[in-house]
Ligand binder design. Structure first.
Ligand SMILES: [Zn+2]
Length: 86
């Protein structure tokens, strides 16, 4: 049985295996990691609804407790859109 995590966009819980994980980097950027490391991170469903919800909201910033630069944000969103499974 895998751990469950809460999606930052919709607030529903899901299997960790089915969620994308975002990690805040020390340099202020963002990256996607397969395995948890130290530091703030956020989980997100592989669904268009949740990815687009993240685009429009400040949830990511709140979840990671840091400002996300516009470039980083757009890069991450683009990446997330390629990982959507529906
Ligand atoms: Zn979600």
């Amino acid at each position: 049985m895998s751990a469950t995590r809460t999606c930052v966009a919709c607030g529903a819980r899901g299997s960790q295996d089915g969620l994308l994980r975002l990690q805040a980097c020390a340099d202020g950027g963002l990256e996607m990691v397969a395995r948890p490391r130290a530091g703030r991170s956020a989980y997100l469903h592989r669904r268009a609804e949740c990815v687009e919800g993240l685009v429009r909201s400040r949830l990511l910033r709140r979840s990671l407790r840091r400002d996300i630069g516009r470039d980083d944000r757009e890069r991450v969103i683009e990446y997330l859109r390629t990982r959507i499974v529906e």
